[in-house]
Design a protein around this ligand. Sequence first.
Ligand code: CP
Length: 316
Amino acid sequence: MASLNQKDLLGIAQLSVEEINLILDTAEALRQVADRPIKKVPTLRGKTVINLFFEPSTRTRSSFELAERRLSADILNFAVSTSSVSKGETLLDTARNLESMAPDVIVVRHSSAGAPHMLGRVCRSSIINAGDGMHEHPTQALLDALTIRQVKGRLEGLKIAIIGDIAHSRVARSDTILFHKAGSQVWVCGPPTLIPWDFDKLGARITGHIEEAIESADVIMMLRVQHERQNEAFFPSTREYYNFYGLTRERMRMARKDTIVMHPGPINRGVEIDSDVADAPYSVILDQVANGVAARMAVLYLLSGNAGLKPRKLAR
Ligand code: CP
């Protein structure tokens, strides 16, 4: 049985290229479960998965749950709002109490960067990071890579432009690390106030001009402005943001004919992307969502026997 040989999936930074390819190949194989009349395989029968989401989610939460059901796992969807978290119980105590019920995997989304890493150190269960603050969203990067590989046949040598609120985006970080490891040429673009200038250390080229990012790009990945993570104004107005950084049909005329458009969602139509573009034939946004189930099935499968392993030392 193929395995990732590590207890947790905390970030893309900790994965080698070989491990990324193993996950993508496994996801490709598991994708066909969705086309069967009975969308279920017995792979995780007898395993228990807890979904612990401290932040809202549509795509990640639903696709983890579908992935777990399609693999025949037993599932507990922990309802944070009606739990004792509202009485002041800490994340650590919550996790320790849930852990004592012997789950094999805990999927966690939290607003604090590093929350899944802390659980990884104290829990015997495998921890999967479903998004931690502004840090990483590793399964999103895996499903994005899977989608690009399906359409373009490879990641190596592609120009991938990530455009928008880079500073507050965990997707931008995980995508940049993965695409750079896979040999893509990554460009990040946005208002200077929304680009951490150390992104070049992750292997990205930085530009403030959307035209430069779009020119000859194979892939354009648009990102939402994350107002919920901002406590100051990073640009004068939404209208001005749209004028400088919105992906419009006019701007798409500057792109190559075979350029694809992606977005991790949720979309703010008319802010970072026009409806004409989001719904165009070159948009693969809903393919990303479909691939989210397969990518998460692959991660669950490859980690499912690893509870109890020593946590892997994290890459800096
Ligand atoms: N892409 C993503 O993480 O979407 P959700 O917040 O809906 O899970």
